[in-house]
Design a protein around this ligand. Structure first.
Ligand SMILES: [Zn+2]
Length: 304
């Protein structure tokens, strides 16, 4: 099997995206993997620091243990999502230590999120992480621009946010960022928003975000590496499918399967029922919504 970096490159060339599923509860891992295999697809299971602190994923080690228990290497890999340099509550994080630990645990790719830093500081932090990742043979994802939603409290009105383009990844900055930081994949802000994670907001239905597709195309042409769409839940299907044609090669999905797990667990009291609901929704997302059934053989082929 080729390395993950090559697989995501293949997805970019084929104009499809590798779905990456967040698992804020450990029992979500088994049904997600089963769905990916049954759909003959290829996906990432991913875990972010805030899911250890605000949900029940417990930590990089607990997630790795559960992942390697169920993994099917031809169909799934394990990604370390959002390790922020400054977190959603404004606290400095020992990001290098966490990322180094994950590399040691066998994660297949890592993300550093320096998006709350200045451009120069983000480049420096990402450069450092990309070097460590590359030494271990792993791809490194980074973020430039502001994908809002993880911070506490309500979002500013979405239509105003979109119309102003405030926080969107800028083309010239992206070009400089990628060439100087050495990152392999770039998470961009093009109208997408994260699902809320703070108390009082995390159960609300997510806003249907739009995407500035022309801007995405300009970014993709400027950097030519795979781009990542965070906040993939709740974006109308026509935008998502069009984004795969314009440079998005990895799409993160959190809220959609988290809320299914939580609401089914709450209504039935049974983890097994919640797992089945996650399985069904993951199959539906891969098949009906994103059209990513049967991509496994295409994205994992070795190209010389
Ligand atoms: Zn994200």
């Amino acid at each position: 099997m080729p390395e993950l970096g090559l697989i995501v490159q293949n997805a970019l060339k084929a104009r499809v995206a590798i779905p990456a599923f967040n698992v804020p509860y450990l029992p979500m891992i088994e049904p997600v993997i089963r769905a990916v295999v049954d759909q003959k697809s290829f996906a990432l299971v991913e875990t972010a620091r805030l899911e250890w602190l605000k949900f029940e994923a417990r930590g990089a080690e607990a997630v790795a243990k559960e992942f390697f228990r169920w993994q099917v290497p031809d169909h799934v890999r394990l990604h370390l999502d959002h390790i922020p340099v400054i977190d959603e509550d404004g606290q400095r994080v020992d990001y290098l230590e966490i990322i180094q630990q994950a590399i040691g645990l066998g994660y297949h790719s890592v993300m550093v999120d320096g998006s709350r830093l200045s451009l120069d500081e983000n480049i420096a932090a990402t450069r450092q992480v990309a070097n460590s990742a590359h030494k271990a043979g792993l791809p490194c994802e980074a973020e430039l621009g502001a994908v809002p939603g993880h911070e506490a409290g309500p979002l500013p009105p979405y239509d105003e946010l979109f119309a102003s383009g405030q926080g969107f990844t800028r083309v010239a900055e992206a070009r400089r960022f990628v060439s100087e930081s050495g990152c392999d994949w770039l998470s961009v802000a093009i109208g997408n928003i994260h699902g809320a994670v703070s108390e009082g907001y995390k159960d609300l239905k997510k806003i249907a975000a739009r995407l500035d597709l022309e801007h995405l195309e300009n970014l993709s042409q400027a950097v030519s590496i795979p781009l990542v769409l965070h906040g993939g839940s709740g974006i109308p299907r026509e935008y998502v499918l069009a984004s795969f044609q314009k440079g998005i090669a990895k799409i993160n999905i959190g809220t959609e399967i988290r809320q299914v797990y939580e609401s089914t667990l709450q209504s039935t009291g049974k983890v097994s029922k919640a797992q089945e609901a996650v399985y069904e929704r993951t199959c539906w997302l891969i098949g009906e919504y994103f059209g990513l059934t049967n991509i496994q053989s295409m994205v994992t082929q070795k190209v010389s």
